[in-house]
Design a protein. Sequence first.
Length: 282
Amino acid sequence: MQIKTVGVIGCGLMGSGIAQVAAAAGYKTIVREVNQTLLDKGMGRIVRFLETGMEKGKVTAQQRDTVVANLTGTTSFGDLHECDLIIEAIVEHITDKASAYNSVEAVVRPHAIFASNTSSLCITELASQTKRPDKFAGLHFFNPVPLMKLVEVVRGLTTSDETHETLMAFTQSLGKEPVTAPDKPGFIVNRLLIPYLLDAIRCYERGLGTIQDIDKSMQLGCGYPMGPLTLLDFVGLDTTYYIANIMFDEYKDPMFAAPPLLKRMVLAGKTGRKAGEGFYKY
């Protein structure tokens, strides 16, 4: 199926990034948010990213103009009626996502494909909340979306071959590298990443080293661009805690169990960069 118009539900950090790359790739892109205040905030984030890129010489005026020309914001589901692909990027709650699918399904055409940017929820379960489970899959982008090359294309049990192939081709058209991931908690990246991050917290709890020394050891000893505790602050300790709990509920494996320190930091509001404090102060 040929995709010409892309709809994005949610204009937060991930949704705005997805809308930006779709518009930059030449797709007519319509991003929907629940109110004008949140929409303006998300659209403003896109403009600031482009302007910063131009200042650094990484974005041309033509590239900026392409995004602006192809991108439209709305607070109405009705404006998504022409979309061939709907990418949902809202909060990680099944009931909220199901409500969004129900609203958009009432206005889009039968051929439209739905995809969720969820990082942890079951794609087959999300697909079951729609009337088109064969046209439903996961498209898991990574933050920051305009810079990160990988996209996990997640096949649910009901995802058709045509839907999977269409989304693989769409991802490549964005200049991204797709991988086919299984419909299991964590998919590929988080299945490997979350135990590593949790173990870094356990090691710190047990006195293996200081925060700085643990991070420095993984950066300089393994060539990682940032240490695990810095990465936790970047991802968000609350996000990591949420994903870990979902994975532990599924697998019942101790390596997915959230360390006591992680739980207490989340309860204290020390969730990382976005809160101004996590393992480091910002």
